[in-house]
Write a protein that binds this ligand. Structure first.
Ligand code: AMP
Ligand code: GLY
Length: 416
């Protein structure tokens, strides 16, 4: 199988790596890719939100599977363009991707499907905002209605800050605060069958102890030794199947990956958000643990036949990823700084580096080119070992002004 992956972050590096380990995958292309990905795939420079440009590239390289990594091409309708040309694609159509693209739409679907989630109000002006903030009380949760790359949400005790965020966004969703640990569950869907992946946990806040601003995610680990064994089945029943049925009812067959962001509250799991694509950086640890070859599984979400795959196989042990972020992330991150120690980090047993926001500096050197620069992955027999290896590898990276959280998977590893 010839595969084309769209995107150029750590999630796409993980996808390309997983495809490269699949004996059924004969060649891998990526657009735009990054320097790390170029070790495993041929990179192409195109606009990945342009359906025509993507379709032309896919046809030229005779791709038998196009894997769409980020949300922007999905929301732009790139999957539709590929399906129209009969090219198998991993990712939902534009209409179905609104589950991620519009928080208001996602809430409407959840309500119609009876899916447990936070009570919410869509607000268009200051008086609606003020009423909703009164109704739900602090801590306040204010979400930009559109796509915001994981940074459109403000959770705060500070009423003025909540009001300021609402003013800056225009249309917002204001909702009740959900208490409890967060879990990311990814589910593959061909519209009829749902196939769950391993649950993972992400760390959204920028600094240790869940302090600081929300980010796209500062680290992740899988599996979750503390999660109840019934969790996945429960979420399939209460969230995933009703949502997929509701989407079918609306004529929006959901094909690709449904990312279910959950809060495990005292009243049971509640949906915090849906995304229409793999989570970043959770994918980096989940795919590390996947033993089933990934190519045919991703393809089956489009061509049908997920039902005949049965269940996915997972490697024993654990994986932890730590994000090395650029100075000033998530504000206006520093870019263009040389990165040292990549080979030294990769050389460690049970550790490797995925590129998230990097670019070439000349022919051989690599420089930072984004807020989340690297995802350093550690693996091991358990979370404790995976964590040690990840942090040992992080300590070998040299990047001026960079920072990382030191508490990724700390609590889970301590409970072992
Ligand atoms: P979202 O973009 O909807 O995923 O929100 C980003 C992050 O904000 C989530 O991962 C949570 O940490 C936090 N968050 C969102 N909604 C809520 C909520 N209703 N209650 C508590 N935290 C929330
Ligand atoms: N890690 C959160 C996300 O991908 O949205």
């Amino acid at each position: 199988m010839k595969a084309l992956v769209l995107g150029g972050g750590g999630r796409e590096h993980a996808l390309v790596r997983a495809l490269s380990l699949d004996p059924g995958v004969t060649s891998i292309h990526c657009a735009p890719g990054n320097p790390g990905i170029s070790d495993l795939a041929e990179n192409h420079v195109i606009n990945v939100t342009d359906g025509l440009a993507v379709t032309e590239l896919a046809a030229r390289i005779r791709a038998e599977l196009v894997v769409i990594g980020p949300e922007a091409p999905l929301v732009a309708g790139v999957a539709d363009a590929l399906r129209d040309r009969g090219i198998p694609v991993f990712g939902p159509d534009q209409a179905a991707a609104r589950l991620e693209g519009s928080k208001a739409f996602a809430k409407e679907v959840m309500e119609a499907a009876g899916v447990p989630t936070a009570r919410a109000r869509v607000c268009r002006n200051a008086s609606q905002v003020s009423e909703a903030l009164d109704e739900f009380g602090a801590p306040y949760v204010v979400k930009n209605d559109g796509l915001a790359a994981g940074k459109g949400v403000v959770v705060t005790e500070d009423r003025a800050a909540a009001e300021r965020h609402a003013r800056e966004c225009g249309r917002v969703v204001i909702e009740e605060f959900l208490d409890g640990p967060e879990v990311s569950l990814f589910v593959l869907s061909d519209g009829a069958h749902a196939l769950p992946l391993l649950p993972a946990q992400d760390f959204k806040r920028a600094y240790d102890g869940d302090e600081g601003p929300n980010t796209g995610g500062m680290g992740a680990y899988a599996p979750l030794p503390w999660a109840p064994t019934s969790l996945v089945d429960e979420v399939l029943e209460s969230v995933v199947r009703p949502t997929l049925m509701e989407m079918n009812r609306r004529g929006m067959r959901y094909q690709g990956l449904l990312y279910v962001g959950l809060a495990l509250t005292s009243r049971g799991p509640r949906v915090v958000e849906f995304n229409a694509r793999f989570g970043d950086p959770e994918t980096q640890v989940v795919l590390d643990r996947l033993a089933t070859p990934i190519g045919a599984v991703l393809q089956a979400t489009d061509t049908g036949g997920l039902g005949s795959i049965g269940s996915l196989q997972w490697k024993a042990g654990a994986a932890v990823t730590v994000v090395v972020a650029a100075e000033n992330y998530p504000g206006d991150p520093a870019k263009g700084d040389l990165i040292g120690g990549l080979d030294a980090a990769d050389a460690l047993d049970g550790a490797y580096v995925l590129h998230a926001g990097t670019d070439w500096d000349g022919a051989r050197d690599v420089k930072s080119n984004g807020g989340r620069v690297l995802n350093v992955v550690g693996t091991g027999a358990d979370l404790r070992q995976a964590r040690e290896r990840a942090y040992e590898a992080v300590s070998r990276i040299e990047l001026r002004g960079s920072f990382h959280r030191t508490d990724i998977a700390e609590r889970a590893a301590a409970q072992l």
